[in-house]
Each structure stands twice: as C-alpha cells, then as structure tokens.
Write a protein that binds this ligand. Structure first.
Ligand code: SF4
Length: 363
C-alpha cells in the first residue's frame, strides 16, 4: 500500500514521465488496485480522460483528493500541446501541428467529406520505411509515439473542431502503425471500450504497408478494426522499388496474412493505390490488380499522387509524376467494369501540404 505523504515527498524530487493518458481500462484497474482503491475508480478515471477530455487531475471531481494527489504526483495527463493549425480554403481540410512533451512535432489532419469527417492520426514521428512517394518517409524516423500521444491527437482535434463532429479515424498519418504495434493496439482497445463515447472500431481504419507478422497479431487481438493495405502495385518488383519494405515482407505473404485477417475479423480490406505515372498505371498493372481483387472481398481506394516538391526530394522520389486525370478516370472505369468497388480520394489539402503522403513537419 502506498502512503500518500511519503509519496508526495518522494515525487516532489523526481521528474514525472509516466503517462496516464493512453492507459487501457485493464491497466487503470491494475493501477487503482495498487493504490488500494476500488476498481470502479478506474472506470471514473477512464471516463474523465477519454470522454470528458479533462486536462487537469483536479477536474476529476468524483475522484477522492488523496487519489488525485497520487495521480498528479506520478503521471502526466496531457501528452501533447497544440502549436498551430491551418485550413485549406479549397477543401476545408484542417491540419494540426502538435508538440509532444519531449519536444517532437507531429501532424494530424481532419478531412471533411459530406456527412463524414475523418481524422487522420500519426503513430510515429517521421517514419523509417522510405516509401518513395511519401513526404514522411523523406523525413526519416525519430521515435514511436506513446498510446497517450496517439489518442491525444483525437482528443485535441475533437475539442477544437467541435465535440463529436469527427465520425471516422484513419491511422494513416505520419508513421507505420504496425511498427509501433503495442501502443497502436492500446489506443484501439481504448476506442473499443463500451465506455468510450464517440467512435467505434467499425469507424476506424488502420493502414499498413504490410508488416506481415503484425497483421496476424492484429487479427488475433480480438479487435475488429478495418484494415487498409498500402498496395500501390501488385508486381513485386515494382512494389519493392517504390516501397523498399516489400523486399522484407513481400506482397505475396501479406495477401495471405490479409486473408487470415478477414477470416478472423469478418471485415473487408481496402487497398490503397496511389497513381504514379508510367509506374503502376499501365495495362499490366491494371491486370494484376484485377486478378488480386478477384481473390478476396475488397475495395480499392485510388489516390492521385500529391507533389513532394515541398521536400526537395532526390532519387526516384524526384522523378515521380502524377497520372493525368483522364488516365485515372480510365483506370477506375476499367476496374469498375470488372465489378470492383472503387473510390477515388480526390486530393484534399494539397494547398497546405496536408494531403495523402504529404505530411512532414517543417518545424
Ligand atoms: S507511406 Fe507510410 S510507411 Fe511509407 S514512408 Fe510514408 S508514413 Fe512510412
């Protein structure tokens, strides 16, 4: 059992780095038990953090003072601070820039599309995977975000944009979520809790380039989030060129993993396909894509390529060009003619470098 007075004295001397935000319900239950408190206190703390979005322990009004002091002396509650935001006049897309407590800067984007408002969140600062069409890849990798830092993007954006206006979440911002597996999983568990108000897992999409063993692990987690594969080519050679991770985890193995995921979760996969002129938009590319789509329930999300000019890229990244619009239309039509469900993600937020593949912090 922890003595409050001793606790106050000892924690006054130490720098608090542990984060309460990001803890799942079962972690909170264990924590309050360690503090010799009843388990319903965990439910109350959970609700204050994730539903009422409080940023101050003293705002947790039904939590006894002693417990609040213990929490305050041992944990950080806020994991991010707001730095800046920008709104696209063309599309209403809003980009947020947040800073972590250890001074790293990340971006999140809100994309309004009709009745749906999607928040795109980041899971890493930068990214180690170096996909040639992606600005985040050009930034390099700095660190994995904590579950608190991932979840706080939702809480801060939700607070700013208007409570409960965000209807969908995609894990498609900076970083590869399955390379930060445990922290990403914790945030999915928080969203999955019945007590979390707002967004259910059905409205959440985790996007991966294909970290094969982690797809199996996610499939076995008991969580039924939707999965998107950043596909971009069905030809292994081409895919390895634009996405070097394909050499380690080839598409063939990922497709098997995805079939397993679908069997376990009963969800439909989305294939993300960024249109790169003369690289993945030729007849043979289309043929292979049609072949793949005939193997499993899926949807193709066609994405016009967004310029990386703001990053001054070199190598292959500098040579990439967008497929012209009339050829995208033709590509989409030919997929639809084969009864494949296709959506086209019209470029949103390119004027503020917030469009797909453009996130890279300049701060
Ligand atoms: S596309 Fe995703 S995985 Fe690839 S470099 Fe960009 S952030 Fe990383």
């Amino acid at each position: 059992m922890i003595n409050v007075n001793e606790e106050i004295e000892s924690t006054a001397k130490k720098k608090i780095t542990a984060q309460l935000k990001g803890m799942t319900m079962s972690e909170l239950r264990e924590l309050v038990e360690n503090f010799s408190e009843k388990s319903y206190r965990a439910d109350q703390i959970f609700s204050w953090m994730y539903n009422h979005m409080v940023t101050d322990f003293d705002a947790m009004l039904n939590i006894p003072k002693n417990l609040r002091i213990l929490l305050k002396n041992n944990f950080q509650l806020s994991t991010l601070s707001y730095i800046d935001s920008e709104i696209s006049t063309k599309s209403g897309t809003k980009k947020y820039i947040f800073k972590t407590n250890d001074e790293n800067v990340i971006e999140s984007v809100i994309i309004p599309e009709g009745r749906r408002t999607t928040l795109c969140i980041s899971t890493q600062v930068g990214c180690p995977l170096d996909c040639k069409f992606c600005a985040t890849g050009l930034m390099g990798y700095k660190k994995n975000l904590t579950a608190g830092e991932i979840f706080d993007q939702y809480l801060l954006a939700n607070k700013d944009y208007g409570k409960d206006r965000i209807t969908n979440i995609v894990y498609m911002g900076m970083g590869e979520p399955l390379l930060n597996f445990n922290e990403t999983l914790k945030t999915l568990r928080i969203f999955a809790e019945e007590k979390t108000v707002g967004i259910s897992l059905k409205k959440i999409n985790v996007s991966t380039v294909g970290i094969t063993p982690k797809i199996y692990e996610l499939a076995n987690s008991g969580l039924n989030a939707n999965l998107a594969l950043s596909l971009h080519s069905c030809i292994e050679e081409v895919r390895s060129k634009i996405m070097p991770i394909n050499k380690k985890y080839p598409l063939k193995g990922n497709i098997e993993a995805i079939k397993y995921y679908q069997r376990n979760t009963k969800t439909r996969i989305t294939f993300e396909y960024v249109m790169l002129n003369e690289i993945n938009d030729r007849n043979e590319d289309l043929k292979e894509l049609v072949k793949l789509c005939s193997q499993l329930p899926c949807k193709v999300n066609v994405i016009p390529f967004n310029s990386l000019d703001h990053m001054n890229p070199g190598g292959l990244s500098a040579k990439l060009k967008p497929t012209p619009k009339h050829r995208i239309d033709e590509f989409v039509k030919r997929l639809r003619d084969k009864n494949i469900t296709v959506t086209v993600r019209f470029t949103q937020g390119d004027d503020i470098a917030a469009a797909c593949g453009q996130l890279a912090v300049k701060y």
